[in-house]
Design a protein around this ligand. Structure first.
Ligand SMILES: Cc1ncc(COP(=O)(O)O)c(C=O)c1O
Length: 374
């Protein structure tokens, strides 16, 4: 009888249930506290999480919101960005960055990224016009961009800075946390993020008292005092108390999880050094929190197909840069406008990455790439 071939080891791209194995009891207890108190809307856990997340980011204030998108949109509104203004961001980001600019009535102006996908201060500088009001650098994949250069550019030109830190919880550059540089910064707690809620959630962080005051009103139908509505337009964009309860439990583990991600990145770098792939460089500790581990290959699609056959899940972030998205055709960009963003879209592949990945998982990915490179 023929021996049965063993199915290859299945490696998930991200497994959001893995961290719940250890945390389920603690999170369930925190949620049952909310259920007993019944403070589902802007309850005690929201206040506590806002204090703890602000302290973690080393900023004065955090405001709990329903998503990272809302953090971007309300940051722009609170800073007075609107019709007639231009806001510069990079061509390769998740569409939420640009959707928020459009939602406030401003015009998104795209700039190319550098070869690794980071916001490029020189490209931002070139895109500035007399109508530019703000810059939105994106800490794409979890790596803090060149914030000293971006802040210098903003200071020299009198522009606002909003960090899109939706992928970079806990990253640091030169001792400063992602989110602590801008006039305001946006975080997403989408479940697969480095700090993920049990559904959609987000936060805005800022050192500016005027911004925090306006955003607290904007998220809550314009109320600073119950039933007195003094901000318009205003919205319901509050963070649910149940999410805050879970996020508080998880925030205490974030640094450990980010350290695990960095070790997995090191294992990948050691194991993949000899193959024809471009890998994220090893650099200042903590600058990159590896929300995603993105490699670049000339044979990306064939490599991805081989990994899929080997039961290894992968992703592409992002397959179509924003200037080529059908929904953004009206911005008037064309193929060839942003060569680095286009090159990344055709060559980048995100390998499995989550803090609980085992050495066996990482070895399975490396072996499958070894087989492919034969
Ligand atoms: C770079 C970036 N910006 C904004 C967002 C929007 O966050 P959310 O999905 O929580 O609205 C995300 C995440 O999805 C993101 O990755």
């Amino acid at each position: 009888m023929m021996p049965l071939a063993r199915a290859p080891h299945h490696v998930r791209f991200v497994d959001v249930t893995a961290q719940m194995v250890d945390l389920e009891l603690e999170i369930t207890a925190a949620i049952s506290g909310v259920i007993k108190r019944g403070d589902f809307i802007l309850g005690a856990e929201v206040d506590a999480f806002e204090r703890e997340f602000a302290a973690y980011c080393e900023v004065a204030h955090a405001v709990g919101l329903d998503s990272g998108y809302s953090a971007l949109e309300l940051a722009l509104r609170a800073l007075g960005v609107g019709p007639g203004d231009e806001v510069i961001t990079q061509a390769n980001t998740f569409i939420a960055t640009v959707s928020a600019i459009i939602a406030v009535g401003a015009r998104p102006v795209l700039a190319d990224c550098d070869a690794q996908g980071a916001s490029d201060p020189a490209a931002f500088a070139q895109a500035i016009t007399a109508r530019t009001r703000a810059l939105i650098p994106v800490h794409l994949f979890g790596r803090v961009g060149d914030m000293p250069a971006i802040l210098e550019l903003a200071r020299d030109t009198g522009l606002l800075v909003i960090e899109d830190a939706c992928q970079a919880h806990g990253a640091r550059l030169g001792g400063r946390r992602a989110g602590s540089w801008g006039d305001a910064s946006a975080f997403s707690f989408y479940p697969g993020k480095n700090l993920g809620a049990l559904g959609d959630a987000g936060a805005l962080v800022t050192n500016r008292d005027d911004v925090v005051d306006t955003v607290r009103a904007l998220r809550h139908y314009g109320q600073r005092v119950k039933y007195i509505h003094d901000v318009t337009p205003a919205f319901n964009r509050r963070l649910d108390t149940i999410h805050a309860a879970a996020l508080r439990v998880k925030l205490r583990r974030l640094d450990t999880w980010n350290a695990n991600r960095a070790s997995i990145a090191d294992m990948y770098r050691d194991g993949l050094a000899l193959y024809p792939l471009e890998l994220p460089a090893r650099e200042e500790l903590g600058r990159h929190v590896y929300h995603l581990f993105v490699v670049q290959s000339d044979q990306r699609d064939q490599l991805r197909a081989h990994l899929t056959e080997s039961r290894i899940e992968t992703g592409i972030h992002y397959p179509i840069p924003l200037h080529l998205q059908p929904a953004l055709r009206d911005l008037g960009y064309a193929g060839g406008d942003f060569p680095n963003a286009e090159r990344l879209a055709s060559r980048s592949l995100s390998l499995p990455m989550f803090p609980e990945m085992s050495a066996q998982d990482v070895d399975a990915v490396i072996s499958a790439i070894h087989e492919f490179s034969g």
